[in-house]
Ligand binder design. Structure first.
Ligand code: GDP
Length: 324
């Protein structure tokens, strides 16, 4: 592709053209060095058009109802004139090849709406790589006019930090079962939450009330993710579309509270800087892996470490020196 085509991509994205949007994200996801350089240029051109959305992270264990919730919420938001993009970070996708959004039957209505754009995780790469690409895809969606970007992840721990690190507000979806709160607390996910939502409250109201009470107690003991904000614990039924308005009111309250103190912009600035360093790390790592002398030394060094004849520290030093 030529430079002219890249400017067509930029113009297409800005015009809200879905093909241009998809092509740009594919370019971003490509691991080819020349593609990465082009993706950088395209992103640079789009950057002035980004930042005007609300970025919502949503996490929860498989089966909690994330796709049902996002579909119901997304359709409700579209009904109010919003444009909704849904992206995913799925650390398991690189292992299984499948993605949490890979199944096309998920979010069926939303995926057919012209005002929605759904994109699964890139299915290969490290969590860091997947997160970086998702973050860039988020910016492309913003440039294309999506004013609500939802980033979904699976509630296993590590990917939550990545999602909380790229969104304005981080939402934890919980099941009203005994013990679900403990799991989330143990994995350190509750600390990241700005809003906790109990889904499937239609099944057993009493159990839901009890779980919510316990969660409020636990949150009381934890340091709030955002200073000056008491994490609300809400209940919904994604299946019956109940509680979605209250949820969106909580999101807006959060936005107003954070904007009033400047914390909203501060969070974005911090995230942009963290991202810069993450990209530096990633770039160094991929240069390292491509370096001829490193590649030549690697098989022997790896074998020696695996066999226990070379300490990992000495091995790392040897490989780094090979790069120098
Ligand atoms: P995900 O794996 O977190 O994306 O979960 P899904 O959205 O695929 O939902 C898992 C199952 O829970 C599906 O069978 C849904 O129909 C069901 N489900 C989702 N939300 C609710 C709800 O609010 N109430 C009830 N009763 N079932 C729900």
């Amino acid at each position: 592709m030529t430079v002219a085509n890249d400017s067509q991509l930029v113009d297409g994205v800005i015009a809200g053209n879905r093909r241009a949007l998809a092509k740009t994200i594919t370019l971003i996801e490509s691991s080819r060095v020349d593609h990465q350089a082009r993706a950088g240029d395209v992103l640079g051109a789009l950057l002035p058009r980004t930042g005007r959305s609300i970025r919502v992270g949503i996490s929860g264990v498989p089966g909690v109802g994330k796709s049902t919730f996002i579909e119901a919420l997304g359709m409700a938001l579209i009904g109010r004139g919003h444009k909704v993009a849904v992206l995913a970070i799925d650390p398991s996708s690189s292992l299984t090849g499948g993605s949490i959004l890979g199944d096309k039957t998920r979010m069926e209505k939303l995926s057919q709406s012209p005002d929605a754009y759904i994109r699964p995780s890139p299915s290969s790469g490290s969590l860091g790589g997947v997160a970086a690409r998702t973050r860039e895809a988020m910016l492309v969606c913003e440039a294309a006019g999506f004013d609500v970007v939802i980033v979904e992840t699976v509630g296993v721990g590590q990917s939550e930090t990545a999602v909380a690190g790229m969104t304005d507000v981080f939402v934890l979806l919980q099941l009203p079962n005994a013990g679900d709160d403990l799991q989330a607390i143990k994995k350190g996910i509750v600390e990241l939450a700005d809003i906790v939502v109990y889904n499937k409250c239609d099944i057993d109201e009493t159990a839901a009330g009890r779980a919510m009470q316990q969660m409020r107690g636990a949150l009381h003991l934890l340091r709030a993710a955002s200073a000056g904000w008491t994490v609300p614990v809400l209940k919904v039924s994604a299946l019956q579309h109940a509680g979605l308005d209250e949820f969106w009111v909580a999101i807006q309250r959060y936005q107003e509270a954070m904007q009033a103190t400047g914390a909203w912009e501060a969070r974005r600035s911090r995230q942009a800087l963290d991202w810069m360093w993450a990209l530096v790390d990633q770039g160094l790592r991929s240069r390292f892996e491509r370096h001829a002398a490193v590649r030549a030394a690697l098989p022997d060094v790896r074998a020696a470490v695996a066999a226990g004849t070379l300490p990992a520290s000495a091995a790392a030093l040897r490989l780094l020196q090979a790069m120098d």
